[in-house]
Design a protein. Structure first.
Ligand SMILES: Nc1ncnc2c1ncn2[C@@H]1O[C@H](COP(=O)(O)OP(=O)(O)O)[C@@H](O)[C@H]1O
Ligand SMILES: [Mg+2]
Length: 240
């Protein structure tokens, strides 16, 4: 993932399929999906539960390999990459945000972020400075020393967004990031992600939260593993 210009899509999914053994029958989780995402674009993947959103995100992030088709990140075919390459790619270039926050319960907000920085290879000095910046970015400077159980769901997810941004990812994958949040805190999380996209981070997000229509640039809809629709949405009007 070294090439980085405006003409190369940040993400290109070409004819990708993935099936699973569903215990006696085959589940076609993703069927012949193709899409591209431009650098700095916020793409929402919408669709009901079971439509294949998480499977597609896993394929885009190199957490899983397709049975057919290819995934290109910044022009590089990751479906033929080694496990070592994919591990380094995820560590250095991709951020993840999940529905369930995924913070380490015994570490404070700041320590959760600092740990991510250390894993990404930051030095001790950079680590403290960057942790402060990231906490400020998500509006949690005053909560730095709190552990997850002392934070609201929205605050925990903001820590998770800060952690996902720790390695300055070029690509951020978010899977139902507002699934456990109320409307107001969900909007704050979408706002943070939109801001990251404005600053050049490419974001691919699975959600069935209708609020996303105020924040994403574009959406694709999945049903039974296929892309069944797409459209430009309102977020795009606010760009630039
Ligand atoms: N590892 C797996 N083994 C078997 N079936 C799976 C596996 N992962 C996903 N599936 C199935 O693939 C389909 C799509 O799942 P998923 O991608 O999780 O959808 P969504 O995220 O849209 O809810 C579902 O029918 C699900 O049960
Ligand atoms: Mg899912």
């Amino acid at each position: 993932m070294t090439a980085h210009d405006e003409t190369t899509p940040a993400v290109e999914v070409r004819g990708v399929s993935r099936h699973f053994d569903g215990g006696g029958h085959t589940v076609y989780a993703v069927r012949d999906v193709s899409l591209t995402v431009a650098p700095g674009e916020l793409l929402a993947i919408v669709g009901r539960s079971g439509s294949g959103k998480t499977t597609l995100l896993n394929l885009i992030a190199g957490l899983d390999r397709p049975d057919d088709g290819s995934v290109y990140l910044d022009g590089h075919d990751i479906t033929v990459a080694s496990e070592g390459y994919l591990t380094a790619l995820r560590r250095n270039h991709i951020g993840f945000v999940f529905q369930s926050f995924g913070l380490l319960p015994l570490l404070s907000a700041a320590e959760n972020i600092a740990l991510a920085l250390r894993i990404a290879g930051a030095s001790g000095r950079d680590e403290a400075q960057r942790t402060r910046e990231l906490l400020e970015l998500v509006g949690l400077s005053a909560r730095a020393g709190h552990r997850p159980y002392e934070l609201s769901g929205g605050e925990q997810q903001r820590v998770a967004v800060a952690r996902a941004m720790a390695n300055r990812p070029r690509l951020l994958i978010a899977d139902e990031p507002t699934g456990e949040l109320d409307t107001v805190t969900g909007a704050q999380i979408f706002g943070l992600l939109q801001q990251a996209a404005r600053e050049g981070v490419t974001i691919v997000m699975a959600t069935h939260d209708p609020l996303i229509m105020d924040y994403a640039d574009r959406f694709v809809e999945m049903a039974d593993g296929r892309l069944v629709g797409s459209g430009e949405i309102r977020g795009a009007l606010h760009r630039g």
